[in-house]
Write a protein that binds this ligand. Sequence first.
Ligand code: NAD
Length: 496
Amino acid sequence: MPELEQLHHFIGGEHVAPESGEYFESTNPATRQPLYRAARGNAADIDRAVAAAQSAFADPRWRDLSQTRRGHLLRRLGDLIGEHSEEFARMEVLDNGKLLREMRGQLATVPEYYYYYAGLADKIHGEVIPTSDRAVLNYTAREPLGVVGAITPWNSPLTLTTSKLAPALCAGNTVVVKPSEHTSRSALLLAELALAAGFPPGAVNVVTGFGSEAGQALVDHTGLAKISFTGSTATGARIASATASRFIGSTLELGGKSPNIVFDDANIANAAMGVVAGIFAAAGQTCIAGSRVFVHRAVYDELLERVVQRAESIRIGDPLDEETELGPLAFADQRDKVAGYVDLGRSEGARVITGGRPSDGGGLGGYFYEPTVLVDVNNDMRVVREEIFGPVAAVMPFDSEDDVVRLANDTEFGLAAGVWTTNLSRAHRMAARLDAGTVWVNTYRAMSPMSPREGFKASGAGVEHGTETIKEYTRLKSVWINTSEDAVADPFTMRS
Ligand code: NAD
């Protein structure tokens, strides 16, 4: 068997071998074949990467670059990603088993994030504040923070890294990325392209490795000005307390258990497609998965029948095949976790009306799991309360708007929600009443670099995307200038 390719860290503009000399294997979840060996980062590697990012932050080539030129670099990076889009799409499919056609779709939009923040780079500015003392000029300035640590999960690695990298660079910071140990590759290529686009060495660094080693070392590093994290609520909680105790900021995009709600006045065919897309797209491995499906009792049977019919016709198989609709779960533990939850659901009294079994993916032998629908479930069951992160929908009937608002909001999470209705007033009422950072009406999974999003409750803290996120990557300075030449009067009274 040929030697596996070895991937190094990317630090200070160079490929750097891990200090420990250790590497770990990454495998293709569709076939279980080994793909490459990535550097196993530790605290020494993180130290080196943070030092490189600190010197890039202080480097006049970056610090003194005009904001317009910063935007220009982001635009060039977007172009380069576009030129490598097929390569990125294929490497992500091999790493995490997502469908090639979905990844091609994602890759078509990733450059847009860089273009959006390229346009925003020279629109970051402070304000002049009219205080009551006319002799005083008070203005604010928005300054970059310094070195940002970006920690990302495996389910959409390039997109989720981009959601952090583009605004962080736009605001003038430098970054150390720690990608998921399951998907090391795309972040490394991204960092290489950032260098090629003209970002100075050290502006974008990548240390690969495990969460408990490289990830924890990054979180603990005192040279960081901020952590931007996407991942599970449990890890997010640890990061929140570590950053809070050092008084540095964190942006946390965490888990979800999102309701997808179908009213009796909905277009049922569209709603059924929305339910299927919400939970079976990406094999349910998305934070915004519509995993709790609430259906008005009057259309419950019809909706369920349509969803089950479509679930049973989903083509499971090789994610590189354009015809495939459901690829594998991303790794063995993930498949076992999903299977474990379905078994737990059975023991809690849920009825599996379709799916509920691993699949061999048409003979590929990877970590496939059938699209699964659970009924006879309720909000007391763990399969309804906890994030499964797989193709498992829990479907429940409801009787009234008040009833479904109560059920939908009865969760620790608050990431997203879907509503299917043709009643305009109801659409707005539901958007206002649902306790979720994103509400989609008659659509699901829509996203744009222009549209800010925030996870409510245990789904996160802080905003990603849009102009709002710039606040997350800057600090506000207030400057007071006394323009009066008069003698300074009473030293015991504050001026206002
Ligand atoms: P995870 O929390 O296990 O890992 C995420 C990242 O954190 C990985 O890079 C991991 O190595 C690192 N990590 C783990 N332990 C760490 C520690 N102690 N210190 C520092 N870093 C550590 O999550 P995952 O399984 O990779 O991702 C799935 C989760 O991500 C799901 O809960 C999903 O809902 C969530 N997610 C949220 C969003 C969102 O935008 N809200 C998007 C995608 C995924």
